[in-house]
Design a protein around this ligand. Structure first.
Ligand code: AR6
Length: 176
Protein backbone atom coordinates (compact mmCIF):
# COMPACT_ATOMS: atom_id res chain seq x y z
CA UNK A 1 0.00 0.00 0.00
CA UNK A 2 2.89 2.35 0.86
CA UNK A 3 5.83 1.38 -1.42
CA UNK A 4 8.73 3.22 0.26
CA UNK A 5 7.06 4.04 3.53
CA UNK A 6 9.19 1.68 5.62
CA UNK A 7 12.24 3.80 4.72
CA UNK A 8 10.48 7.00 5.74
CA UNK A 9 8.87 6.10 9.07
CA UNK A 10 10.48 4.36 12.03
CA UNK A 11 10.09 3.94 15.78
CA UNK A 12 13.11 4.06 18.10
CA UNK A 13 13.75 4.10 21.81
CA UNK A 14 15.77 6.87 23.47
CA UNK A 15 16.16 10.55 24.25
CA UNK A 16 14.75 12.85 21.57
CA UNK A 17 17.12 15.67 22.54
CA UNK A 18 20.05 13.69 21.07
CA UNK A 19 18.63 13.43 17.54
CA UNK A 20 20.31 15.35 14.72
CA UNK A 21 17.18 15.77 12.61
CA UNK A 22 15.82 18.93 11.00
CA UNK A 23 13.22 19.30 13.78
CA UNK A 24 12.30 17.61 17.02
CA UNK A 25 8.78 18.06 18.32
CA UNK A 26 8.22 19.23 21.89
CA UNK A 27 5.16 18.14 23.90
CA UNK A 28 4.65 21.59 25.38
CA UNK A 29 1.87 23.35 27.27
CA UNK A 30 -0.13 26.37 26.09
CA UNK A 31 2.25 28.90 27.63
CA UNK A 32 5.24 27.51 25.66
CA UNK A 33 7.34 28.58 28.63
CA UNK A 34 8.67 25.16 29.58
CA UNK A 35 7.67 22.45 32.01
CA UNK A 36 8.63 18.90 33.00
CA UNK A 37 8.95 15.71 30.96
CA UNK A 38 10.22 16.02 27.42
CA UNK A 39 9.58 19.79 27.50
CA UNK A 40 11.99 20.21 30.42
CA UNK A 41 14.59 17.97 28.75
CA UNK A 42 14.42 19.96 25.50
CA UNK A 43 14.77 23.33 27.23
CA UNK A 44 17.70 22.07 29.33
CA UNK A 45 19.51 20.73 26.27
CA UNK A 46 18.77 23.74 24.04
CA UNK A 47 19.80 26.37 26.59
CA UNK A 48 18.17 29.63 27.71
CA UNK A 49 17.96 31.10 24.20
CA UNK A 50 15.11 28.67 23.50
CA UNK A 51 12.99 30.07 26.33
CA UNK A 52 13.79 33.60 25.17
CA UNK A 53 12.44 32.83 21.68
CA UNK A 54 9.42 31.02 23.14
CA UNK A 55 8.55 34.16 25.13
CA UNK A 56 8.10 36.04 21.86
CA UNK A 57 5.45 33.59 20.60
CA UNK A 58 2.63 34.40 23.02
CA UNK A 59 1.66 30.79 23.69
CA UNK A 60 -0.06 28.21 21.48
CA UNK A 61 -3.60 26.75 21.52
CA UNK A 62 -4.09 23.04 22.18
CA UNK A 63 -3.83 21.03 18.95
CA UNK A 64 -1.63 23.59 17.17
CA UNK A 65 2.14 23.95 16.68
CA UNK A 66 4.82 26.68 16.59
CA UNK A 67 8.42 26.62 15.34
CA UNK A 68 11.62 27.92 16.97
CA UNK A 69 15.31 27.40 16.36
CA UNK A 70 17.06 24.53 18.13
CA UNK A 71 19.99 26.50 19.61
CA UNK A 72 22.34 24.05 21.40
CA UNK A 73 20.39 20.97 20.30
CA UNK A 74 21.68 18.78 17.47
CA UNK A 75 18.29 19.39 15.82
CA UNK A 76 18.08 22.61 13.79
CA UNK A 77 14.54 23.46 14.89
CA UNK A 78 12.06 22.68 17.63
CA UNK A 79 8.38 22.40 16.77
CA UNK A 80 6.38 23.03 19.93
CA UNK A 81 2.94 21.49 19.99
CA UNK A 82 0.33 21.33 22.73
CA UNK A 83 -1.41 18.00 23.18
CA UNK A 84 -4.76 17.61 24.91
CA UNK A 85 -5.11 16.63 28.54
CA UNK A 86 -6.84 13.24 28.16
CA UNK A 87 -10.48 13.25 29.24
CA UNK A 88 -11.86 10.34 27.21
CA UNK A 89 -13.82 12.72 24.96
CA UNK A 90 -13.93 12.49 21.11
CA UNK A 91 -12.42 15.96 20.99
CA UNK A 92 -9.18 14.55 22.47
CA UNK A 93 -8.39 12.54 19.37
CA UNK A 94 -9.08 15.46 17.02
CA UNK A 95 -6.77 17.70 19.02
CA UNK A 96 -4.03 15.06 19.17
CA UNK A 97 -4.28 14.47 15.41
CA UNK A 98 -3.99 18.25 15.00
CA UNK A 99 -0.65 18.17 16.83
CA UNK A 100 0.78 15.68 14.30
CA UNK A 101 -0.76 17.35 11.24
CA UNK A 102 0.20 20.84 12.38
CA UNK A 103 3.79 19.85 13.20
CA UNK A 104 4.26 18.07 9.86
CA UNK A 105 2.75 21.03 7.99
CA UNK A 106 5.12 23.46 9.74
CA UNK A 107 8.04 21.24 8.73
CA UNK A 108 6.89 21.32 5.10
CA UNK A 109 6.32 25.09 5.22
CA UNK A 110 9.93 25.59 6.37
CA UNK A 111 11.45 23.18 3.85
CA UNK A 112 12.40 20.59 6.49
CA UNK A 113 12.77 16.94 5.56
CA UNK A 114 13.27 15.03 8.82
CA UNK A 115 11.25 15.25 12.03
CA UNK A 116 11.09 13.33 15.30
CA UNK A 117 8.06 13.06 17.59
CA UNK A 118 7.80 12.06 21.24
CA UNK A 119 4.59 10.37 22.45
CA UNK A 120 2.65 13.64 22.73
CA UNK A 121 0.17 13.73 25.66
CA UNK A 122 1.25 10.26 26.90
CA UNK A 123 3.04 11.49 30.03
CA UNK A 124 1.45 13.87 32.54
CA UNK A 125 -1.43 14.58 30.12
CA UNK A 126 -2.54 10.96 30.56
CA UNK A 127 -3.40 9.83 27.00
CA UNK A 128 -3.48 6.00 26.79
CA UNK A 129 -0.49 4.95 24.72
CA UNK A 130 -2.34 2.53 22.41
CA UNK A 131 -4.95 5.11 21.41
CA UNK A 132 -2.36 7.85 21.05
CA UNK A 133 -0.12 5.59 18.95
CA UNK A 134 -2.95 4.83 16.51
CA UNK A 135 -3.65 8.54 16.07
CA UNK A 136 0.05 9.41 15.70
CA UNK A 137 0.71 6.69 13.11
CA UNK A 138 -2.53 7.06 11.13
CA UNK A 139 -2.20 10.85 10.92
CA UNK A 140 1.47 10.68 9.97
CA UNK A 141 0.98 7.96 7.34
CA UNK A 142 -1.81 9.93 5.69
CA UNK A 143 0.31 13.09 5.70
CA UNK A 144 3.56 11.64 4.32
CA UNK A 145 1.64 9.70 1.69
CA UNK A 146 0.39 12.97 0.17
CA UNK A 147 3.45 15.09 1.03
CA UNK A 148 6.57 13.53 -0.46
CA UNK A 149 8.99 16.21 0.83
CA UNK A 150 8.97 14.62 4.29
CA UNK A 151 11.76 12.06 3.94
CA UNK A 152 12.04 10.77 7.51
CA UNK A 153 9.72 10.61 10.52
CA UNK A 154 11.07 9.12 13.74
CA UNK A 155 8.75 8.23 16.62
CA UNK A 156 11.14 8.50 19.58
CA UNK A 157 9.79 6.54 22.54
CA UNK A 158 11.28 6.86 25.98
CA UNK A 159 10.30 3.41 27.30
CA UNK A 160 10.69 -0.09 25.81
CA UNK A 161 6.97 -0.70 26.47
CA UNK A 162 5.92 2.31 24.41
CA UNK A 163 8.35 1.32 21.65
CA UNK A 164 6.74 -2.14 21.49
CA UNK A 165 3.27 -0.56 21.13
CA UNK A 166 4.49 1.53 18.18
CA UNK A 167 6.35 -1.35 16.53
CA UNK A 168 3.27 -3.58 16.75
CA UNK A 169 0.98 -0.96 15.28
CA UNK A 170 3.41 0.05 12.52
CA UNK A 171 3.68 -3.63 11.55
CA UNK A 172 -0.13 -3.86 11.46
CA UNK A 173 -0.19 -0.86 9.13
CA UNK A 174 2.39 -2.55 6.88
CA UNK A 175 5.36 -0.40 7.91
CA UNK A 176 8.68 -1.92 8.97
N1 AR6 B 1 12.83 11.94 24.87
C1 AR6 B 1 11.73 11.29 24.39
N2 AR6 B 1 10.60 11.13 25.11
C2 AR6 B 1 10.58 11.63 26.35
C3 AR6 B 1 11.66 12.32 26.94
C4 AR6 B 1 12.84 12.47 26.13
N3 AR6 B 1 13.92 13.11 26.56
N4 AR6 B 1 11.32 12.70 28.19
C5 AR6 B 1 10.06 12.25 28.41
N5 AR6 B 1 9.61 11.60 27.31
P1 AR6 B 1 5.29 14.47 28.82
P2 AR6 B 1 2.65 15.39 27.88
C6 AR6 B 1 8.31 10.96 27.06
O1 AR6 B 1 4.79 14.36 30.22
O2 AR6 B 1 1.98 14.17 28.42
C7 AR6 B 1 5.19 19.13 30.41
O3 AR6 B 1 5.37 19.60 31.70
C8 AR6 B 1 7.48 10.58 28.25
O4 AR6 B 1 7.94 9.35 28.81
O5 AR6 B 1 6.64 15.07 28.60
O6 AR6 B 1 2.28 15.85 26.49
C9 AR6 B 1 4.68 20.20 29.46
O7 AR6 B 1 5.14 21.48 29.80
C10 AR6 B 1 6.09 10.44 27.63
O8 AR6 B 1 5.93 9.16 27.01
O9 AR6 B 1 4.26 15.31 27.88
C11 AR6 B 1 3.18 20.08 29.64
O10 AR6 B 1 2.74 20.82 30.76
C12 AR6 B 1 6.11 11.49 26.52
O11 AR6 B 1 7.48 11.89 26.38
C13 AR6 B 1 2.97 18.61 29.88
O12 AR6 B 1 4.19 18.12 30.42
C14 AR6 B 1 5.27 12.73 26.82
O13 AR6 B 1 5.27 12.99 28.21
C15 AR6 B 1 2.69 17.88 28.60
O14 AR6 B 1 2.36 16.55 28.91
Amino acid sequence: MYPDISDRIEARQGDITLLAVDAIVNAANRTLLGGGGVDGAIHRAAGPELLAECRTLGGCPTGEARLTRGYRLPARYVIHTVGPVYRGHPRDSRLLAGCYDGSLQLAVDHGLHSIAFPAISCGVYGYPIRDACRIAVDTTLAFVERQRSIEKVIFMLFSPGNLAVYQDYLARRGVG
